[in-house]
Design a protein around this ligand. Structure first.
Ligand code: KE4
Length: 425
C-alpha cells in the first residue's frame, strides 16, 4: 500500500492518522512515511526503502534498533508472562541500577511515560512543599499534562496561559513560563512569587526547541536560587538520561536536583518513564506517604526487561560514549563545511551525541532565537535528505540523535546525501 493510502486509511480510524502529532509531518508537509521495521542505524518504510535514522524513536534507541540482546531479553521475559500487577525482582534491579548511576536519586518510582513522570513530579512537589506555583521555561517540553501545557503570559513574569484548549485558565495560572537561559527573569519571578513557588522544572539540555545548551552558570544559579527559597528543582532528563554517559547530565555538571524525570533510553524502546529523587521527598508517595500516584503497567516486566538490557549494555559501553560523541562531532563538522561551501546559513547546536541544524545564522540560545529559523527551508532540506535515504526529525524544533550502531559509512553516506540535497535546495 502506498503512503498516501496508508495515511488515508489511518485517518479513518486514528485521530489525525497518528498516535502522536509530530509523526504526521505537519511541520514539513507531505504524507508521513509508514515504517515496517528497523535494525541498527537503519529504518525501513513499507515500500522497503532503507534510511539512516537520526530520530531513533525520539531518543530511546541509543543502542540502535532491534539490538539482539534487548530483543532476547524481551522475548525471554514474555514467555513467562507480560504483566502481573505485582512486584518483581527485575523492578528492584532496575531501580538499583538507576540509583547507582545517578546519586541524586535515592528512591525511584517507575511510570509508563515521560509525561507521567513530569506530571507526577509536579504533584509531588506541590504535595511536599504545600505550595502551588510551578516554573517552567519557554521551549522546554515535559509531556502533555495540563500544568505543563502552558505558554508564557503577556509579561515575562505574568502567570501562564493555556497552551492548549482544554487546559483551564485556573490551572495555567499556576504555571509561570520564563525564557530559557534567562537568570534575570528567574530572579524577578522568585522575588515576585518566591513564597508560592513549589518547583522549577527544566530540561538541563533542551531537545524540544531543538538542541539548546544551558548558558554558563544558568543551572548552577537555578540550583542556588531554588535551594535558598525552599523551591524544589526538577531536572527533566527524559532525553538526557543515559544519553551522554552512564548517568544523567546532572552528574557531568555536578548539580543535584531534588527530583529527576527519566524516560526514553531507560525503557529501551518500550513504554517507560520514571521519577526519582531525595528520599524524604519520594517517601511522600503512597502507599508510605499521602501523595497519590499509580499505574497498572508501571514497572511491567516487558518494559523493565528492555530497559534493564539496554542499561546493562550501556554500562558495559560506558567508555565508548566518547566515541559516540566523536561520531556526532565528525558528522556536524562535515555538515558545517557543506553548508558553508553552499553559502547556506545554518547554526548547528550539538551537545555530545544530540544535535540540531537550525536554518539561520544563530546563535540559538532560547525559544525566541530558535524561532528565527527558516522552517520552510528546513522542510525542503528534510524532504531532500529523505529522498537521499536519510531520516531526520520532521520538525526544525527537535533533536537528532546518534546511536552506537551508526557507522563511519553512515556518516559518509549522510554527508553525501547532504551534498546532493544542497545542490537541489
Ligand atoms: P512521553 O510522554 O512522550 O514519553 O515523554 C514526554 C517528554 C518529557 N520530557 C521531555 C524532555 C521530552 O522530550 C518528552 C517527549 N519528547 C517528544 C519529542 N521531543 C516525544 C515525541 C512525541 O511527542 O511523539
Amino acid at each position: 500500500m502506498s503512503t498516501k493510502k496508508d495515511f488515508a486509511l489511518a485517518n479513518k480510524f486514528i485521530a489525525g492518522g497518528v498516535n502522536s502529532p509530530v509523526r504526521a509531518w505537519h511541520a514539513v508537509g507531505g504524507n508521513p512515511l509508514f515504517v515496517r521495521r528497523a535494525k541498527g542505524s537503519k529504518i525501513y518504510d513499507t515500500s522497503g526503502k532503507k534510511y539512516i535514522d537520526y530520530v531513533l524513536s525520539w531518543g530511546p534507541m541509543i543502542l540502535g534498533h532491534a539490538h539482539p540482546q534487548v530483543i532476547d531479553a524481551v522475548v525471554k521475559t514474555a514467555r513467562h508472562g507480560t504483566s502481573f500487577g505485582a512486584p518483581t525482582e527485575a523492578e528492584t534491579q532496575m531501580a538499583q541500577l538507576i540509583c547507582g548511576a545517578i546519586p541524586s536519586i535515592e528512591l525511584i518510582r517507575m511510570t509508563n511515560s515521560g509525561t507521567e513522570a513530569a506530571m507526577t513530579a509536579i504533584r509531588l512537589a506541590r504535595g511536599f512543599t504545600g505550595k502551588k506555583i510551578v516554573v517552567k521555561f519557554d521551549g522546554c517540553y515535559h509531556g502533555h499534562a495540563d500544568s505543563l501545557l502552558v505558554k508564557a503570559g503577556s509579561g515575562v513574569t505574568t502567570l501562564g496561559i493555556p497552551g492548549s484548549p482544554g487546559v483551564p485558565e485556573e490551572t495555567a495560572h499556576l504555571t509561570l513560563s520564563l525564557p530559557y537561559n534567562d537568570l534575570a527573569s528567574l530572579r524577578d519571578a522568585i522575588t515576585k512569587y518566591g513564597s508560592e513557588i513549589a518547583a522549577v522544572i527544566v530540561e538541563p539540555v533542551t531537545g524540544n526547541m531543538g538542541v539548546v545548551a544551558p548558558r554558563e552558570g544558568f543551572l548552577e544559579t537555578l540550583r542556588q536560587l531554588t535551594a535558598n527559597e525552599n523551591i524544589l528543582l526538577i531536572f527533566d532528563e527524559v532525553i538526557t538520561g543515559f544519553r551522554f554517559h552512564f548517568g544523567g547530565y546532572q552528574n557531568l555538571i555536578d548539580i543535584k536536583p531534588d527530583l529527576t524525570c527519566l524516560g526514553k533510553i531507560i525503557g529501551g524502546g518500550l513504554p517507560v518513564g520514571a521519577l526519582g529523587g531525595k528520599k524524604e521527598i519520594m517517601e511522600r508517595f503512597a502507599p508510605k506517604g499521602d501523595v497519590y500516584q499509580a499505574g497498572t503497567l508501571s514497572g511491567n516486566p516487558l518494559a523493565i526487561s528492555a530497559g534493564l538490557a539496554t542499561l546493562r549494555l550501556l554500562k558495559k559501553k560506558a567508555a565508548d560514549y566518547s566515541a559516540l560523541e566523536r561520531k556526532a562531532q565528525n558528522l556536524c563538522a562535515g555538515l558545517e563545511n557543506l553548508f558553508k561551501e553552499k553559502g547556506v546559513r545554518v547554526c548547528i547546536n550539538r551537545v555530545h551525541s544530540m544535535f540540531t541544524v537550525f536554518f539561520q545564522e544563530g546563535p540559538v540560545g532560547d525559544l525566541v532565537s530558535a524561532q528565527k529559523s527558516d522552517t520552510r527551508l528546513f522542510a525542503r532540506f528534510f524532504h531532500g535528505m529523505l529522498k537521499q535515504g536519510v531520516w531526520l526529525a520532521p520538525s526544525q524544533f527537535e533533536s537528532l540523535f546518534f546511536s552506537f550502531a551508526h557507522s563511519q559509512t553512515d556518516i559518509s553516506a549522510t554527508l553525501d546525501a547532504c551534498k546532493k540535497t544542497l545542490k537541489k535546495l
